[in-house]
Design a protein around this ligand. Structure first.
Ligand SMILES: Nc1nc2c(ncn2[C@@H]2O[C@H](COP(=O)(O)OP(=O)(O)OP(=O)(O)O)[C@@H](O)[C@H]2O)c(=O)[nH]1
Ligand SMILES: [Mg+2]
Length: 330
């Protein structure tokens, strides 16, 4: 089955074709492969921004305000809301999408939600493909919102150039969660709801956390990189009121600063290299797992190995090595 007609329409900026292709890629990894294969050469234009934070911290509100600014600048924006915690698209996420959609009456905003439905290849793979499709669709900016559970953002945000984390005034639980999960990939900290008491306190808590962690990271990188020059971005902190748009000019300035940093230092190239290696590894893992599963379920040789392991004439590690031989990928 070919997707040429849909892809042609996608390249012309047809919204329905974009939505359709994302659904197809999400549900069928074979189709995803075909689609990405045809469109890959057109990717790489969009700026990809990952946004996370605890439930209710104001991610969707921030994204709506930011999107309005981008749209006024004449930009086309794609928004993907990813919920790794939910087995189905629905509930809060759907509500989110409807609420956000109400904000925009323009063709220049595309909103999509994705939840973990145990897709082949996983949610991160599906998100990655959706980003590429929106990139080719002509989005200048693709924003990924995810509520996340610590480590899951690391996967989801792999394609993101800048990662923004929201915290809110009050108890330090959110700081603890970041320390445990995604501190290493955060570029910008937002203290949202600055109109509530305790915003300055939260800024100084983050500053303190960064001071402690940066010294560690610096030593570590120096040892590992053989004293090569390491260009490092010190995460920036900004206070915002996402409801009123207060201080958003500061956020935009920081985003631009980060973009410029990535480009001027060459960090983006390193990053892309790592990202491509990682993405390919994920695809390989998926493909090899499928191959191995197929082999294990329908191969008389394997049945023989299993008998040997049952007899204790062989152990499972040795059996695994023999299977690798069978696959011819030693
Ligand atoms: N006071 C105040 N309220 C805010 C601000 N930003 C967002 N809110 C409110 O916080 C609530 C949650 O906002 P959302 O944008 O839905 O938060 P979210 O992080 O997307 O929530 P989930 O998607 O459910 O995780 C809403 O009632 C917003 O109006 C802010 O800057 N100040
Ligand atoms: Mg939300």
């Amino acid at each position: 089955m070919g997707f040429e007609a849909l892809i042609d329409r996608l390249l012309k900026g047809d919204t329905r074709a974009a939505a359709r292709l994302i659904t197809i890629a999400e549900n069928d990894i074979g189709a995803a492969e075909e689609i990405i294969n045809s469109i890959y050469k057109h990717t790489g234009k969009a700026y990809i921004l990952g946004i996370t934070g605890a439930p209710g911290s104001g991610k969707s509100t921030l994204i709506s305000t930011l999107t309005n600014i981008f749209v006024k600048e004449g930009k086309k924006v794609g928004i993907i809301c990813v919920d790794p915690t939910s087995p189905l698209t629905g509930g809060a996420l759907l509500g989110d999408r409807i609420r956000m959609k109400k904000h925009f009456t323009t063709d220049n905003v595309f909103i999509r939600s994705m939840a973990n439905r145990g897709q082949l290849g996983g949610l991160a793979r599906a998100t990655e493909d959706a980003i590429k499709i929106l990139d080719v669709f002509g989005c200048d900016i693709v924003i990924i919102e995810t509520v996340g559970v610590g480590q899951s953002e690391v996967d989801i945000f792999r394609p993101a150039q800048s990662v923004l984390v929201l915290l809110v005034p009050g108890m330090g639980d959110d700081i603890q969660a970041i320390k445990a999960g995604i501190m290493e990939i955060t570029d910008i900290f937002v203290v949202n709801k600055m109109d509530l008491p305790g915003a300055d306190r939260k800024v100084s808590d983050i500053t303190q956390m960064l001071e402690l962690s940066m010294s560690f990271k610096y030593d570590y990188e120096n040892i590992n990189q053989d004293h090569a020059i390491v260009h490092k971005w010190t995460p920036k902190i900004v206070k915002l009121n996402s409801k009123t748009g207060e201080n958003f000019e500061n956020l935009l300035e920081i985003i631009n600063e980060h973009k410029a940093f990535l480009k001027e230092t060459g960090v983006i190239e390193n990053y892309n290299r790592k990202r491509i290696r990682n993405e390919t590894l994920q695809i390989l893992k998926h493909k090899l797992t499928k191959k191995v599963e197929g082999l294990i379920h329908s191969n008389s040789q394997i049945d023989e190995y299993i008998r040997l392991v049952m007899d204790k004439s062989m152990d499972p590690y040795s059996m695994a090595n023999l299977i690798i031989k069978l696959l011819g990928i030693e």
